[in-house]
Design a protein around this ligand. Sequence first.
Ligand SMILES: Nc1ncnc2c1ncn2[C@@H]1O[C@H](COP(=O)(O)OP(=O)(O)OP(=O)(O)O)[C@@H](O)[C@H]1O
Length: 560
Amino acid sequence: MERPGRLLLLSELRVRNTAYEVSLSRSLLTWKRRVSSPVYHPFRPSVCHSVSVTEIICVTEEEEENSSKQRDDGSWRKIKEREGKDCRQAFTVFYVERGRNHRWRCVEITFRCPDRAMCQHWVSGIRDQLAAISSRPKQLLVYINPYGGKRQGKRIYEQKVAPLFAQAGISTHVIVTEYANHARDHLRTEAELKRFDGVVCVGGDGMFSEIIHGLIWRTQMDGGVDPNSPEETLLPCSLRIGIIPAGSTDCICFATVGTNDPVTSALHIIVGDSQPMDVCSVHHNNAFLRYSVSLLGYGFYGDVLTDSERKRWMGPARYDFSGLKMFLTHHYYEGTVSYLPAKGIMGTPRDGGRCRSGCVVCQHNGQILTEKADRYEMDKASENESEDEWRTIRGKFLAINAASMSCACPRSPKGLSPSAHLADGTTDLILVRKCSRFNFLRHLIRHTSKDDQFDLGFVEVHRVCRFRFMPRHCQSDSDLELDLQENSKRQIFSQICRDHPACGCTPIYSSWNCDGEILNHTAIDVRVHCQLIKLFARGIEEMSGRRWCFRLKSFQVSGT
Ligand SMILES: Nc1ncnc2c1ncn2[C@@H]1O[C@H](COP(=O)(O)OP(=O)(O)OP(=O)(O)O)[C@@H](O)[C@H]1O
């Protein structure tokens, strides 16, 4: 817990009928129950509660004289007993309280002061501290996908999020999208980004993808950078992005907040959290295709997506169905993967570390890679050096995956690459070579068990900052000749049968699954851009025991 620092205010105030010693420093608001009897009582609970000033949502002076008052969200509640005192002598602090599984709630506590002047002194004292937090957004541009997930985006925003933003004094410009790519196109062209401190998307991963495509593109255009060139170092986006989960897949929210809960996400936005995030640019023949922040998957994951898109009518069950179907089909694909290993960085894909709030690996590598990028910009000749460092692997693969984050989700809590980092400037390239169905099943099962999914002879993983893939049918004639010579030494007839597209044994190429979208090209060039975007999040917090020494009873602190 933070040290309180120099006290700004210290008074004896009452919570209900009990006297508390309440103090405010630059970092903490603390209230401690005054012990009436000096005699030690072993069963009396500890009576001190602290909240970080950064996690106070707002403070309000109680002003209503009537016996009831209207809340910001329009519902009515019975005001608390006044106990015969002037209610202008009370103020209420709304703050973040942590629940289970990384959920946050906004709770409130009312303090009663001996006189009105003291009450105003406290209110302005707390407000001054809140105003000094420069990272809090004041104006937000909000895009709502009304058709995402169970079509609840608008309702979720209006009922759960907008009241909290209003309470925190955040003004919003809300756009309900009318067609796919509406948000992306608006951000690219019309949006007056200078007016805002952040962009909020209400929807799923597809909607988030629209937002980053719009924002990254616009940032490059405004900065005179050509996004079509895979060699360009992209400019980082200055506006942070908030995700209010309202889709059928909300993996980015889960990976950066630890839960898919609209209220928790709204509170992270209000307190002005900031989580940097890497973005991969995907190019084909020097033409830009897409950006990716989580998974690029060829083979198994590409086939599952392609098949499941044809079965949208099945709802979320389509992923299980297509997963089983593709597992049984057991297609493998030939091609060449070349990659540039990430050098001089902290962490490996198998070190057992986890990217968590305030991750030192991301901080360390972010700094190193930014310095490296600056040097590269100054001396473009260094490109030739890095060309020598490329490694090449040719083979038959059941799956080629690049995980830029763990890709953990409620279904797979460990994710595809449990030790991958959100903002370390790398992606974990996982190659699953052709193997038996039984072995592939062993690999898949290990995503949900404690065993290391990479500790298998046919799986290899490399932490890379760039990679390219060329499917076999796109390889140059000389490469194909080389392959043929190798293959001719083994099972000539079965190979001919498999390679011949007309015989229908196995397709010769798969598709790339790029964060849930299918790419039109199979030969791709992928480059990681370290910390290109920032989210209103702080990464998943470690759950290290109880944060507070005492939690006030529910009648004193009620959830909003
Ligand atoms: N008004 C709209 N009408 C139709 N499509 C839209 C609209 N607004 C956004 N979209 C598109 O809907 C797609 C899915 O949105 P979103 O990710 O919010 O929901 P989802 O239920 O998680 O999606 P999916 O089922 O594809 O995972 C996005 O790719 C987005 O481009």
